[in-house]
Design a protein around this ligand. Structure first.
Ligand code: HEC
Length: 146
């Protein structure tokens, strides 16, 4: 029993040496999304930690294995949709992501549930969902016009 516990502690400590590289690339304001304050406030509290270069890191971000999960969420999230790089996203890709964003938010698949466990304020109530939906619709309309 004692030996098993030692193993558990040993492994818990050993994995701390595998550290993901957390970096926030510099935000270029000329290409970053700039929507009205209400929209920005919802996006920033519910999406920006994984979908922008303005990620806010909680104290446990360096504690493995949570750090590994966070790092892959942030890397994959930015790859899928990066609000800090908004103006540079290809119109066709943007249209797809916006439509998908609507579905994901409506079906409560974004923000991710594991994220909500530690970020209660990121949970979307009806009003916030509507704010996002209107924003997505407006952006979709703009893309169809151009
Ligand atoms: C905890 C991190 C996290 C948060 C918070 C988060 N996302 Fe994501 N999102 C991801 C990851 C990771 C992916 C990549 C694909 C996947 O794992 O589902 C993704 C993918 C997406 C995609 C692309 C899906 C596709 O099929 O291409 C959209 C759109 C999206 N998220 C919208 C949002 C919106 C809108 C919010 C806020 C309401 C949000 N996400 C919050 C992590 C997150």
């Amino acid at each position: 029993m004692k030996k098993a516990l030692l193993w558990v502690f040993g492994i818990a400590i050993a994995i701390q040496f595998i550290r993901p590289d957390f970096k926030n690339p510099k935000v270029d304001e000329t290409v970053a999304l700039n929507a009205d304050t209400k929209v920005m406030s919802v996006l920033k509290t519910s999406c920006y930690d994984c979908h922008s270069n303005e990620t806010k890191y909680p104290w446990y971000h360096n504690v493995a294995p949570v750090s590994w999960m966070m790092s892959s969420n942030i890397n994959d999230g930015r790859k899928a949709l990066d609000f800090s790089n908004w103006a540079n996203i290809d119109a066709k890709v943007k249209l797809e992501r916006l439509k998908r964003a609507k579905q994901l938010v409506n079906n409560e698949l974004m923000p991710k549930s594991e994220y909500l466990l530690m970020h209660k304020d990121a949970d979307l109530d009806k009003e916030k969902k509507e704010t996002l939906e209107q924003f997505f619709d407006l952006q979709i309309k703009k893309l169809y016009k151009s």
